[in-house]
Design a protein around this ligand. Structure first.
Ligand code: ADE
Ligand code: ZN
Length: 346
């Protein structure tokens, strides 16, 4: 696979990816390869059989498989290879900056040390920068369906190496696990200088989005599609330019067409929307594929798609100088594509 995105296509549109679980990029072929290397037997006869099980009836049914597959990740090299495979695919889809989620508790609970995880992922991020020019870093997520004490312990266990992280997030099964539970953990993360984001309003109610904003003081909301159920919240999100990291193919696979159709409604409501892939190995496409699908299904104009890419850069935690560089790359893409459209018409 080429690691450079084709300039004359939506895949080549430079973009930032802000909602991507690295464990959700674990393609079945790599799951099998790492299982074999680590001497682990999988309950699937083949790559094809594993891939065929990718049919979900909601977030929890997806998470069961997601945690099962990631259990073959054991060594620093495993985490490195997982992340490098993502960066290469992402680069081919126009990703120039990636802020990557990882779930340390899903690994430490199996006896893998948090340093092993962060070492492998950080080494990949450094190599992705030097070989592919991709900037960004790591956002450590707390599993909200585990005890809050475990989140506290996890955070304290990395207090000596917060320089390896951009921020913290909150993920896993949402319903019944409100953000309010994690207010103290988030306040400590802020004290450590970490940026704050949280999944809210994916399957959980719009109240969880309010809680994430008011109690956790997050800077971005991951998903947030159920915000549409509360018009005061929609007004608040618009007036305060709170970025939403929406994941269309994830919404389609886990929530069906009602959830998928949230995207045009959020855009229509004037919200600060970005497009991301969430768990691309499981949901049928990387971020460029998400752009291609929303163009096809919703008929979004090229200028709207460009605006979504610009939003991803502006909503990122990249330094201002890097944001300016990336916005200039997007302008360059617009120039190339206008030219190619004109020459195609002649
Ligand atoms: N879409 C999602 N929602 C919550 N937790 C997740 N972990 C991985 N993907 C997730
Ligand atoms: Zn997610």
């Amino acid at each position: 696979m080429s690691q450079h995105a084709p300039a004359h296509s939506l895949l080549g549109l430079p973009k930032a990816e802000l909602h991507l679980h690295i464990e959700g990029t674990f393609e079945p072929e790599l799951v099998f390869a790492l299982a074999a290397r680590n001497g682990i037997e999988l309950p699937y006869a083949s790559v094809e059989e594993l891939r065929q099980s990718y049919s979900f009836d909601g977030l929890v049914s997806f998470l069961d498989l997601y945690y099962e597959c990631m259990a073959v990740l054991r060594t620093e090299r495993d985490f490195y290879e997982l992340a490098m495979a993502y960066y290469e695919r992402a680069s081919a889809q126009g990703v120039r900056h990636a802020e990557i989620f990882f779930d340390p508790q899903a690994h430490t609970s199996r006896g893998v040390s948090i340093d092993t995880v962060i070492d492998g992922l950080s080494r990949a991020a450094a190599d992705a920068h030097s070989t592919l020019g991709i900037t960004g870093g790591l956002i450590m997520c707390f599993l909200r369906d585990l005890p809050v004490s475990s989140a506290h312990e996890t955070l304290e266990s990395v207090a000596h190496r917060v320089g390896d992280l951009i921020g913290v997030g909150l993920d896993s099964a949402e319903a019944g696990f409100p953000p309010s539970l994690f207010a103290e953990v988030y306040s400590r993360a802020a004290e450590l200088g970490l940026r704050l984001v949280a999944h809210a309003g994916e399957e959980g109610p719009s109240d969880y989005v309010w809680e994430a904003l008011r109690l956790l003081k997050v800077e971005r909301i991951d998903h947030g599609v159920r915000s549409l159920e509360d018009s005061d919240l929609v007004d608040y999100l618009r007036e305060n330019r709170i970025p939403l990291t929406v994941c269309p193919l994830s919404n389609l696979r886990l929530g069906g067409h009602v959830a998928f159709n949230a995207l045009p409604a959020l855009i229509e409501a004037g919200l600060f929307v970005t497009v991301n892939s969430d768990d691309p190995a499981y949901f049928g496409g990387y971020v460029g594929d998400n752009f291609t699908q929303i163009e096809r299904v919703f008929g979004l104009s090229q200028s709207k798609l460009v605006e979504l890419a610009q939003n991803s850069v502006v909503a990122s935690f990249a330094p201002d100088s890097r944001k300016q560089q990336l916005l200039a790359e997007i302008d360059e893409w617009i120039g190339v594509n206008q030219g190619s459209q004109l020459s195609a018409r002649r």
